[in-house]
Design a protein around this ligand. Structure first.
Ligand SMILES: [Zn+2]
Length: 165
């Protein structure tokens, strides 16, 4: 039996690092990680895609979860889908929700995937903030119940019990 296609958001590590992550003497450099949305096909293979690092603009070829190859010498290109394009393919109310919450491209891609695959009732975390002072994570989950029925749920969880990035 074949599996269903799946959409996954995952983190890919680049060779660059953010200024705030510059290593102090003796400390290990923490490389910059950026989110990527990938589709896993019916045969459990990750559908390869080309993405750009959101910090240094390096082009990555992503063909597995949490891993990639940097393609040297590749130019910036338009082959990556844009938020504006996705907003034309999903209901405008939903686009508005994603805009208001300043969602990154991978969340837009995940929402589009749910529409294309009619994967209803999936819970998509659209805001996820760490409140240091209270050691809590607070945020919002978007639930697409059908092509025209959406719901937003607020959450607040103690930080130590979650592994969500
Ligand atoms: Zn980078």
């Amino acid at each position: 039996m074949q599996n269903k296609k799946q959409g996954v958001r995952h983190l890919v590590e680049c060779n660059c690092y953010l200024p705030t992550q510059k290593n102090k003497a003796g400390e290990k450099i923490i490389f910059h990680g950026f989110p990527v949305f990938s589709v896993i096909d019916e045969n459990d293979n990750v559908v390869p895609k080309t993405v750009q690092c959101n910090n240094c603009n390096a082009i990555h070829s992503v063909d597995r979860i949490c891993g990639s190859k940097i393609i040297v010498g590749e130019e910036v290109h338009l082959s990556q889908i844009q938020k504006e394009e996705i907003s034309l393919m999903i209901p405008s109310k939903l686009s508005r929700i994603l805009e208001i919450n300043k969602c990154d491209l991978t969340i837009w891609e995940e929402v589009l995937f749910c529409f294309q695959e009619k994967e209803w009732n999936k819970r998509i975390v659209i805001v996820n903030e760490h409140k240091n002072k209270f050691n809590k994570r607070v945020g919002k989950v978007l639930i697409i119940k059908s092509s025209q029925d959406f719901e937003i749920e607020l959450f607040e969880i103690d930080n130590f019990i979650t592994g969500i990035e």
